[in-house]
Design a binder for this molecule. Structure first.
Ligand code: C5P
Length: 404
């Protein structure tokens, strides 16, 4: 992906053992297409060398405001004017306290103070011992930095370098990069609560066997990530899939269509948008066996009877909140042919304002896809792209429709 293409990030490092993660973060930023200018405090250079950071960012590192390489000798002005954001990772407790008071006795803090606040956002990834993180002084500093417009990323929890266990670790590079990418996405769904279904369902035949399908859940998970990036509160009801939960998304794992319906009914109460991306089994065995079905040597096969599963999308689309316009419902149609006709008919049958058609065999398990959006006014194509790129476009299309 090139989610940070064209972005110039000043990556600031302050003193802390989490500096080892900054190397990986720098690489991840470059991989996403950003140009990265590293600035390090003296304390940071005790933990990781400027040589490492220069090699990874492919630019000389700045460590001092007296750096003679700048013609005007004003590194703090020049570096901050070029940036699309200043990201401090790791940000120590001491550096947070310094930022809060507008301290400016070395290059990094000087640059933060000198940055044009309306153009260059400040993002910090705190890293410290759990007692330091929990200390009332740090709590106050976090609150005040946020009030001053700084974005304070979460901290991780777990084993710390000091041997203690608790909150305060810096997030992993792969988590931070998601947060940075999300930061730059337009907040078109802020104040919305999006409920999404994803993946297949699993309908038990007996305690060890069941019926499922090849849905990977990738599209639904991508929509969850895109909605979260767009500022929504997101609940993702997932059938059995091996995918990691997008950051900041509440995930509810379910197995069968009946479980999925129950979860959706519960979470739809607070939702304003419902996107049904799951491949829900149409039928389930009428009476799952209590014990494992056994071969008896006669060659006879078990006679399985099926009953129809509840239609989750249609159920929610007919709910009073959807009918009164408080819950905007979006369905999916995986077809093998005649996409426009089938998707148009399905939109009407399901009673939803927007239906997203795709060709089933071309999407199951794939990382990319193409979509056809069908609403009351007609159809719009979203050409082949990664599922995350499609999900972001779909989120923008939904946002545009709920505004009207
Ligand atoms: O009827 P069909 O399965 O083709 O409809 C697909 C759409 O309906 C998808 O959005 C899917 O998530 C949803 N659906 C559902 N519950 C079912 C069957 C489908 O929510 N039992």
């Amino acid at each position: 992906m090139n989610d940070l293409a064209g972005k110039h990030i000043v990556l600031g490092l302050t003193g802390g053992i989490a500096c080892y993660k900054a190397a990986e973060l720098c690489r991840a930023l470059v991989k996403e297409g950003a140009t990265v200018q590293v600035v390090m405090t003296e304390a940071a250079a005790q933990f990781i060398t400027p040589v490492t950071m220069q090699a990874l960012s492919n630019r000389p590192v700045y460590t001092s405001q007296w750096d003679g390489r700048e013609a005007n000798n004003m590194a703090h002005i020049n570096l901050s004017r070029e940036a699309d954001a200043i990201l401090i990772a790791p940000c120590s407790a001491d550096f947070m306290a310094k930022l809060l008071h507008g301290g400016a006795d070395e290059l990094l803090s000087l640059m933060c103070l000198a940055r044009p606040m309306d153009k260059v956002p400040l993002l910090i990834a705190p890293a410290m011992n759990r007692e330091m993180w929990a200390h009332p002084a740090t709590r106050r500093n976090v609150a005040q930095l946020q009030a001053d417009g700084c974005t304070v990323f979460e901290v991780g929890s777990g084993e710390q370098a000091c041997g203690e266990t608790g909150d305060g670790r810096m997030l992993e590079a792969q988590e931070l990069i998601q947060d940075v990418v999300a930061f730059f996405q337009p907040k078109v769904l802020s104040s919305q609560h999006v409920l999404i279904t994803a993946g297949p369902t699993y309908e038990a035949i007996d305690p060890v066997r069941g019926i499922t399908n090849l849905s990977s859940g990738k599209m639904g998970f991508a929509i969850a990530r895109a909605a979260q990036e767009a500022g929504a509160e997101v609940t993702l009801v997932a059938g059995p899939v091996a995918l990691s939960t997008p950051r900041g998304v509440r995930r509810v794992d379910v197995k069968s269509a009946s479980n999925m319906l129950a979860a959706c009914v519960e979470y739809a109460r607070a939702a304003s948008i419902f996107v049904a991306a799951a491949a829900v089994a149409d039928w389930r065995p009428a009476a799952p066996a209590e014990h494992k079905l056994k071969k008896d040597g006669s060659g006879r096969t078990p006679a399985l009877e099926f009953v129809e599963n509840p239609d989750i999308l249609a159920t929610l689309a007919q709910s009073p909140r959807a009918q009164s316009g408080d819950l905007y419902c979006v369905g999916f149609a995986a077809e093998s042919q005649d996409l426009l006709d089938n998707a148009t008919a399905k939109r009407i049958r399901k009673g939803v304002p927007l239906l997203v058609g795709n060709i089933g065999p071309a999407t199951f398990g794939q990382d990319d896809n193409a979509l056809l959006l069908v609403d009351t006014t007609g159809a719009t194509e979203i050409p082949r792209n990664s599922k995350l790129a499609l999900a972001r476009q779909l989120v923008a299309e939904i946002a545009r429709r709920i505004e009207h």
